[in-house]
Design a protein around this ligand. Structure first.
Ligand code: AMP
Ligand code: MG
Length: 432
């Protein structure tokens, strides 16, 4: 590569933000990015894991009739002190066809059946006794009007919103949609994310001839899994060497997707060229570093999206920008930065309304030394039990230690400048 290029680009302004500030920038961008979304209609089963593009509304009152919530007897609540005549039975799925339930009468009723006209409550079968074909309610029991009955429309009136736009469709949402008779749901198209690993030391899986100084490209695969987990379509592009032309080719390819995630090449090394090459694509940099560890050199910005044939098959654009992240190459840094910064924007591009990273609180199982000048995210193992949530930092060899990362299930957050965190103290935990 020609030297003048490097010298010229060294003047590029650095923008290193505190952690909270960097996250606020991502979340601000996420709010603005969630426009002009493409939608498609999928069968209910296929819509699972996708994001709802139109609200689901009650197509009729729910419940559609006054519904018994217990097996028992429908009657008039005022009548329970006397012997009652059982005048019939109504099962779930049936309607009571007899005359209105009168004073001194009861109708045997099953859970889920419509309350017969005239009755205003249901007494549980466990609280009754039949004596000489007359029904008695257990002595000392009181019964209120409406007891063991859910009134028509009490859950939702016709037309009421049950599921909002932007809701991730899981089992609970599938249940609501199905209860409204919806066999299909409109969902947002998935954002397309190009993944580019950079580095001269990287070798693609499938090659058995690894030199001592070479390593497998694990980041592309980890990132693809993370992208899919957040509702994106992941495309692993070929490894880019630490060479301006190679990187240029790959960024050119990546700029046809909704998002481009690069790993490696964003540190201070002589061959860390990612930022310079992105700048050649009229990139707008929102930040070029965050005061976190691991992951300090993380880069975030956007560049004008280019049309072309390399885009995935359906060729739908979801916006005019290609957002990019340059993540540090060390695998733990890559993953921490994904959870903190990439995931929120990706969720927004996928149409979700709740996008921020998830934090929890846990009590430390052991003392932890602090004192760093930056916010730290240490691989840790969280245990959620009935009597509370605890967390233990796992032993690791730094941000290259991909297996220590896998031994953990979260990241313990240590705020900057605090010297010591004592056993039993509550700390924040970044969930993944
Ligand atoms: P870099 O951020 O380019 O300075 O990379 C830092 C270190 O992360 C490298 O020396 C590698 O050990 C490791 N690394 C970089 N890229 C990858 C990758 N794609 N897969 C696994 N490890 C990587
Ligand atoms: Mg590198």
């Amino acid at each position: 590569m020609a030297m003048p290029f490097l010298l010229e680009e060294c003047a590029m302004a650095e923008r290193v933000l505190g952690f909270a500030e960097a996250l606020a920038v991502v979340l601000g961008e996420a709010r603005g990015a969630a426009t002009a979304m493409v939608t498609e209609v999928l069968a209910l089963e296929a819509a699972e894991g996708r994001v709802l593009a139109e609200s689901v509304r009650a197509e009729r009152d729910q419940p559609p009739f006054d519904r018994a919530t217990r097996d028992g007897f429908a009657l008039r609540a005022n009548d329970i002190g006397v012997a009652l005549r059982v005048v019939g039975q109504v099962r779930a799925g049936e309607r009571w066809s007899g005359p209105a339930v009168g004073v001194g009468e009861a109708v045997e009723i099953m859970t889920g059946a419509p309350l017969p006209e005239g009755a205003d409550a249901v007494v549980m079968v466990e609280h009754t006794a039949l004596e000489k074909e007359m029904l008695w309610v257990e002595a000392g029991r009181s019964l209120k009007r409406g007891e063991n009955v859910v009134e028509r429309g009490a859950e939702a009136r016709t037309g009421a919103g049950l599921l909002p736009v932007g809701r991730l469709i899981g089992a609970a949402e599938v249940a609501v949609a199905a209860s409204c008779g919806r066999a299909e749901l409109p969902v947002f198209a998935r954002p397309k994310v190009a993944i580019v690993a950079t580095g001269d030391e990287l070798v693609e899986l499938g090659s058995n001839e690894l030199d001592d100084a070479e390593i497998y490209n694990s980041n592309s695969h980890a990132l693809a899994a993370l992208v899919r987990g957040e509702g994106g379509v992941a495309g692993r592009l070929a490894i880019a060497r630490d060479d301006r032309n190679d990187l240029w080719e790959r960024v050119a390819q990546g700029s046809m997707w909704d998002m481009l995630i690069l790993s490696g090449g964003v540190s201070m090394g002589k061959y860390d060229l990612v930022e310079q090459v992105l700048a050649e694509f009229d990139a707008e940099f929102f930040f070029t570093g965050a005061l976190i560890q691991p992951g300090k050199p993380v880069v975030f910005g956007r560049l004008p999206k280019r049309g072309g044939t390399a885009h995935p098959k359906d060729g739908k654009w979801t916006g005019e920008w290609t957002y990019f992240f340059g993540l540090p190459g060390n695998p733990v840094s890559t993953q921490v930065c994904f959870h903190l910064f990439v995931a929120p924007l990706l969720r927004a591009l996928a149409g979700r309304s709740v996008v921020a990273p998830s934090f929890s609180e846990a009590r430390l199982e052991e003392d932890v030394r602090g004192g760093a000048k930056v916010t730290r995210f240490l691989p840790a193992e969280m245990t959620s039990a009935w009597d509370g949530v605890t967390v233990k930092v796992v032993g690791w060899q730094g941000s290259g230690d991909v297996s220590a990362n896998a031994r953990g299930n979260c990241y313990c957050v240590l705020p900057a400048e605090v010297e010591e965190f004592a056993k039993g103290e509550a700390v924040r935990v970044l969930l993944r």
